[in-house]
Design a protein around this ligand. Structure first.
Ligand code: ZN
Length: 284
């Protein structure tokens, strides 16, 4: 960062994490869970201003699954609707409920982006294991399939893991980091932690932040002011404000309004592709 603070002119990439592994319709009826609902929500979030949608899929009982058929159905429906929103498929699975092999299945679909959880962490009452062997293999398959890893870091040690993978040539530029702050077991959701992790990044890295729960909006605003990008959505927080449940497009629309007030242009999917080094889509 420069020695004076100013709102950056770079296009703001908004990611919408609409579903996640855990939120259910009992907690918020607006959580999309069928492939049809997830796809429709992705299209709506794109219309609201999201350049990227981060996708998880669920089975018929709303339980997390890594079923590539369901992932494929989501993408087919988004594309059939004429949306050019960038699809980021999760490889997170459900901590302790899915095998490493299951988790890597969506990579074979060659999504433009997929999540790369760059280390193990306690996750609420669960343990989210991302072993060195898993990360090596996931990095290898992503590169072989032309998938951009979204390097998710839940604490500073995960950034350090990424630096080692970069040194070893297993992760290659451009680098797209997602700081996930506020998971119980990971880093607390503070600007101080965010700044510390930003300072660890390799030159030229792009970064985004998602704050969990009530940290979602304040950390997102901090990221927008600091020149980063931002993720929102019901995966991370089911509330619009205290006592009022959110919808995914509503959360995206709020960030678009706030970016407008900051004078920060919101990146279209095409502009985000340019920034992240992704191939452009042929015009429909
Ligand atoms: Zn996710």
């Amino acid at each position: 960062m420069s020695d004076s603070i100013a709102f950056p002119a770079d296009g703001l990439i908004i990611s919408a994490a609409t579903t996640g592994s855990w939120p259910t319709k009992a907690q918020n009826p607006n959580v999309p869970v069928t492939p049809e609902e997830i796809a429709a929500c992705a299209v709506e979030c794109g219309q609201a201003g999201a350049a990227i949608v981060h996708i998880h899929v669920r089975d018929d009982e709303q339980r997390v699954t890594c079923d590539p058929v369901r992932y494929g159905r989501v993408r087919d429906r988004v594309e059939a609707a004429g949306s050019d929103v960038i699809i980021n498929m999760s490889t997170g699975g459900g901590a302790g409920t899915t095998t490493d092999e299951d988790r890597m299945a969506p990579v074979a679909l060659r999504p433009e982006v997929a999540s790369f959880d760059c280390g193990s962490v306690n996750f609420g009452e669960r343990v989210f294991i991302n072993s060195p062997q898993f990360l090596d293999e996931l990095a290898r398959r992503m590169e072989a399939n032309g998938v951009l890893p979204e390097i998710e870091c839940f604490e500073p040690g995960h950034v350090w893991n990424a630096l080692r993978l970069i040194d070893d040539g297993k992760l290659k530029p451009p680098y797209w980091f997602q700081f996930v702050l506020g998971v119980r077991g990971g880093s607390p959701p503070t600007v101080k932690q965010l700044q510390h992790m930003i300072e660890m990044l390799p030159a030229g890295a792009h970064w985004s932040v998602c704050g969990i729960g009530r940290a979602q909006l304040p950390l997102g605003l901090a990221a927008m002011a600091m020149g980063g990008h931002v993720r929102t959505g019901l995966e991370d927080n089911i509330w619009y404000r205290k006592g009022e449940l959110a919808t995914n497009p509503q959360l995206v629309a709020r960030l678009v309004r706030l970016a407008g007030e900051l004078g920060r242009p919101v990146a279209t999917p095409a502009q985000a592709r340019t920034l992240l080094g992704l191939a452009q889509r042929p015009q429909a």
